[in-house]
Design a protein around this ligand. Structure first.
Ligand code: HEM
Length: 399
């Protein structure tokens, strides 16, 4: 392995075994600058304790303008719409206001009420796949399920779902940048039109609830609702697909685990999903912050204005926090895992993601308890720094 104190991190070694590479980085240089595959660079934070504190410490901000002296802030350009209105990219007080409003609409009850629909959608997807031939679980199950769930959650009419699915796939697939920008613009235009339709004809779904919510006379504007819907799609789609794929991949490698989970009660399955979240870390390195002042990490100073990326994958495998961190041990105490982040921006959709994973795995295990690899594993990882995802996952459902 190359020198991981200063050398490149995101090499072929990384995509073969990200956790081994990250363990070396954490050991040799737990806070260091790294080159990103797209040519940019960032500081990478790999220890559990540092990861947690970066996500909770107000000296680390989301909006770059908040690292500037106050007199320069007003003139600095912000992120264009709809990104600029996304709460994920904002700090208090903008973030506080948006989050307060959205949690009024995105309630526990609303998420729980989706369960029968998620079950029906998971069953329909499996029924559409041939049971005795090799199928790709990524394209056939793990990706379409969360997309369908987001449509259901937002209240996207059935007739529009194919177009919606195509735009969102373009957004997450490795498509050329101009195609992504086009899909982004089409989605934003579609969503603003949908918000207007829901203003005229409200229904029970989330967009109507977002139109309704108010707090001390504060309401969300159409631009803010569009940005929120785009954020839910982007944040809730590939991440959940990755959690499902990681779990299925682990069971393909260990049929004993598959058999245990097929017989597991709901609590055991939910505990296993927490361990898939800890161990698989669907978001490998995404939480980004900027240092609003110089910050010293045991003698390594991250300068004001610098970008930091938190490695949730490294943090969840830190032996200082979890014993035998690289071992998948469903049922272990996973308290404090960071797969959903930490602090003000803690994942808004965590309960929905858990519900989707539970239904996806339960439906698969009930229907096809002997599912098996379609080709020799291991299959290739996606070359993404952000998600720990598999490109394809070939499976025979009923061998
Ligand atoms: C934020 C992980 C599913 C909506 C986050 C963050 C993480 C995360 C790590 C924090 C980012 C940061 O601090 O910069 C995940 C994982 C998921 C998942 C691993 C699936 C396994 C979902 C779903 C939704 C969702 C299903 C909604 C439909 C959001 C939103 C935020 C967020 C809106 C921003 C919260 C804020 O800025 O206050 N997620 N997420 N996520 N997630 Fe998730």
């Amino acid at each position: 392995m190359t020198d991981l104190a200063t050398g490149p991190v995101f090499t072929d070694d990384y995509w073969r075994d990200p956790f081994a590479v990250l363990a070396e980085v954490r050991e040799q240089a737990p806070v260091r600058e790294v080159e990103l595959p797209d040519g940019g660079s960032t500081w990478l934070v790999t220890r559990y304790a540092d990861a947690r504190s970066v996500m909770a410490d107000p000296r680390f901000v989301k909006d770059f303008r908040n690292t500037l002296p106050p007199e320069q802030r007003e003139h600095a350009p912000g992120i264009p719409s709809p990104g600029g209105e996304m709460m994920l990219l904002n700090d208090p007080p903008v973030h506080t206001r948006l989050r307060k409003l959205v949690v009024k609409a995105f309630t526990v009850r609303r998420v729980a009420a989706l369960r029968p629909r998620v079950e029906a959608m998971a069953a329909a997807l499996l029924s559409a796949l041939p049971a005795d031939a090799t199928v790709d679980m990524v394209a056939g199950y793990a990706v379409p399920l969360p997309t369908a769930v987001i449509c259901e959650l937002l209240g996207v009419p059935v007739d529009d779902r194919d177009a919606f699915g195509a735009w969102s796939t373009t957004l997450i697939d490795e498509t050329p940048e101009p195609d992504k920008m086009q899909a982004n613009a089409s989605l934003a235009a579609y969503l603003s039109e949908l918000v207007e339709r829901k203003r005229a004809e409200p229904d029970e779904a989330l967009i109507s609830a977002l139109i309704e919510v108010s707090e001390a006379d504060e309401r969300l504007s159409t631009e803010e609702i569009v940005a929120m819907a785009m954020l839910l799609l982007i944040a809730g789609h590939e991440t959940t697909a990755t959690l499902i794929t990681t779990s299925v991949e682990a069971m393909l490698r260990d049929p004993g685990l598959r058999d245990r989970l097929a017989a597991a009660d709901p609590d055991e399955l939910r505990a296993a999903i927490e361990e898939f979240l800890r161990w698989g870390a669907p978001i490998a390195q995404a939480p980004v912050r900027f240092a609003a002042e110089d910050v010293d990490f045991d003698g390594v100073v991250v300068p004001r204005g610098a970008m930091l990326m938190v490695s949730l994958a490294a943090a969840n495998h830190d032996p200082a926090r979890f014993e035998r961190p690289d071992d998948l041990e469903p049922g272990r105490d996973t308290t404090g895992h960071l797969a959903f982040g930490h602090g003000l921006h803690f994942c808004l959709g965590a309960s929905l993601a858990r519900l989707e994973a539970e239904v996806a795995l339960r439906t698969l295990l009930d229907r096809f308890p002997a599912f098996a690899p379609g080709v020799t594993l291991p299959v290739e990882r996606r070359r993404s720094v952000l998600v720990n995802a598999w490109q394809h996952l070939p499976v025979v459902l009923d061998p």
